[in-house]
Design a protein around this ligand. Sequence first.
Ligand code: ADP
Ligand code: MG
Length: 274
Amino acid sequence: MIRQFDGLVIQFQQRVMPFSILHSLFSICILYLMVQPPIMQGIIHLEGIRKNYFLGKQVIEVLKGITLDIFKNEYVALMGPSGSGKSTLMNILGCLDTPTGGRYVLNNQDVSKMVDNSLAEVRNTEIGFVFQQFNLLPRLTAAENVALPLVYAGVPKKKRMERALHVLELVNLADRSHHKPNELSGGQNQRVAIARALVNDPAMILADEPTGNLDTKTSYEIMDIFGRIHEGGNTVILVTHEEDIANHAHRIIRLRDGVIETDKRREMAIPRAH
Ligand SMILES: Nc1ncnc2c1ncn2[C@@H]1O[C@H](COP(=O)(O)OP(=O)(O)O)[C@@H](O)[C@H]1O
Ligand SMILES: [Mg+2]
């Protein structure tokens, strides 16, 4: 009788216990998946990005391992002292330069190992870049400057001009479309440059100190345009060393000596003056 009972216990341990252990493990897994949010990967995903410059035998380590995700429709300000690597990082984000090491995934494409032609393609379709110096061609009108990226994209002339006029309207410059850069103010030229960055309908806008050459009032006008671009659903990343400019953004990332010092999201942006 006792033997029989022992047998039953052994059977119970052999058959039922493994099942109950499996059942518990299964429940734990389900619970974990319910509690744990899915791992989100941003429109920009950087993993240990490094950038070295070589001057003769000297190696200058500019970016020393940047790991970062930026999500669709974020509005990010990149800050930090002069020489901390902001422009170097922006050039990598904008596919104008490639990292020495690490991984950069842009919109699900690993761009860190891409060669020049493919990088140019990504740049043309995914990214609008705005520089401090505007970088407009002096002989071309505002509309022609804005339409230039569409020439590279092989868009027919009539379509190019229609699209250029449309984005010039977005930056309130439709009435200056036939003016050349030297016939426009600094703020107007920067608006032309922003229109050029928007003309391809890119996934994100990158701007490296876009208000660096402008007076305060004009800077605010430019920030108002970036605010509207962001509200329109675009991802905006801009470099600035001015706190009040950075306060327009929802997230502030500070670089120091080639590493991220702080990365903070704000609850609410300061309302913009209209
Ligand atoms: N092409 C280059 N060759 C060598 N050093 C460079 C080059 N570009 C930038 N650097 C150096 O990298 C550091 C970071 O530069 P940069 O990214 O322009 O900083 P930031 O935009 O924050 O002022 C600086 O010390 C700069 O001198
Ligand atoms: Mg810079």
